[in-house]
Design a protein around this ligand. Structure first.
Ligand code: MLT
Length: 408
């Protein structure tokens, strides 16, 4: 008799973004003729750049010729792309071997799958609020208890509030896996070197592993801020880094990311090399490698011209972030993020609950955002706006908020 995984029953409602889409559809069905402006999910809207299109075409052309056709590639990624990624880290002063870079179909699947190589009893700590995949994947794996009304029993929530600049203190007790995202989704806060060092020191002392998500690193313009956790001394002994071409180069639908698992990384029962071997075992067993066409696109992103083009795309979205931030501040709202990150984190007026503010924003301004509580208990009272839209749509949305949202 087959049974289902009971841990799925612990999860809250639907996954956040489909839930927002469902509520938006219901609003549109109830209000025929109304159109909404979507600043909810952080999904890119600008077309791929000429270098990337050239790379993708090269990938297609190779498949069209018997002399260059390839079938299955290496599960860990094509050698050229792994080498190009390692070279990018070298330019940040981080020395990696090419085979410490694992190419994948995106940071989301890797951030969900990485927990599978760790013990079932590991205690997990997350920033609160956090990208929901870190929590949900560990709930599904059975590392938490039940939902207790504001969070999951057994999970260590590290509060990220206005008072601590949205970066947490290290946990008081001993935890084993620590998820950190910087630039942060959803708050837009970026960890400083000193802040990351506190976690690297903690992890080394406790043989904990940091799972560091740098999917938004391309949005950091302040040269003092670290783009990789491996810029912190000792991090290769205690951290894994997940990253992505999605937000840097518009690959949300194309799908391509990477995960760095250093060979020096250790944990309680894992000598140097073991975690690297386990991730390799996991990927070779459960993944057949990213699309060979798409990997050609990734190589193109990392070319000099590709990097210049991506920088222009990032600047375009960051201009949107500024429009949102300054527009809402001019209304008297308290706003965070949006400086070295594409997300603007808005404090709801009069301490409104996030989902109430979501409804208010939709009904009064016809703007869709993401309720902060969808990212964790400390997200309540906040609302996230994404800057990944077309500039004219962002301006229209900000105008509509200014003209129609009643905040006093
Ligand atoms: C977000 O809106 O938080 C992200 O776009 C979702 C994702 O990257 O999966």
């Amino acid at each position: 008799m087959a049974t289902t995984n009971p841990n799925y029953d612990k999860l809250q409602a639907g996954y956040l973004f489909p839930e927002i889409a469902k509520r938006t559809r219901a609003f549109l069905a109830a209000n025929p003729g109304v159109s909404v402006m979507r600043l909810g999910i952080g999904d890119t809207t600008e077309p791929l750049t000429p270098s990337v299109i050239g790379g993708l075409h090269r990938g297609v052309d190779k498949l069209a010729d018997v002399k260059t056709y390839t079938g299955y590639g290496a599960e860990q990624g094509n050698a050229g792309l792994r080498a190009a990624l390692a070279k990018r880290y070298a330019s940040m002063g981080v020395e990696l071997e090419d085979d410490e870079v694992f190419v994948s179909d995106g940071a989301k699947p890797d951030s969900a799958n990485i927990q599978s190589i760790f013990g079932a009893n590991n205690i997990v700590a997350v920033q609160d609020p956090a990208y929901p995949v870190y929590v949900d994947s560990n709930v599904i794996a059975g590392r938490t208890g039940a939902w207790n009304g504001s969070g999951f029993d057994g999970l260590v929530y590290m509060p990220c509030t206005a008072a601590n600049g949205f970066f947490p203190d290290v946990p008081q007790g001993k935890v084993d896996l620590i998820y950190i995202c910087s630039p942060n989704n959803p708050t837009g806060a970026v960890a400083t070197r000193a802040q990351l060092k506190t976690f690297v020191d903690y992890a080394r002392q406790n043989k904990a592993v940091i799972i560091f998500d740098s999917a938004y690193a391309a949005y950091i313009s302040d040269s003092e801020l670290p783009r990789s956790i491996f810029e912190i001394e000792g991090a290769q002994e205690c951290a894994i880094e997940l990253s992505s071409f999605s937000k840097e180069a518009g690959f949300t639908g194309v799908r391509l990311g990477w995960t760095i698992v250093p060979k020096r990384l250790v944990c309680e029962d894992g000598e140097a090399g073991k975690i690297h071997r386990l991730w390799n075992r996991r990927q070779t067993t459960m993944f057949n490698g990213a699309s060979n066409i798409v990997q050609e696109g990734g190589v193109a992103v990392l070319s000099d011209e590709g990097q210049r083009e991506s920088a222009r795309m990032v600047a375009y979205y960051m201009k949107n972030a500024k429009v949102i931030k300054t527009g809402l501040e001019a209304m008297g709202l308290t706003v965070f993020g949006g400086i070295n990150a594409p997300y603007v984190w808005v404090q709801t007026p009069q301490g409104m609950k996030s989902w109430d503010f979501f409804d208010k924003m939709m009904s009064e301004a016809h703007v869709v955002g993401t309720p902060g509580s969808g990212f964790g208990p400390n997200g309540d009272g906040y609302f996230r706006l994404s800057s990944f839209g077309h500039a004219e749509d962002i301006e229209r949305a900000v105008d509509s908020i200014r003209c129609h949202l009643r905040i006093s």
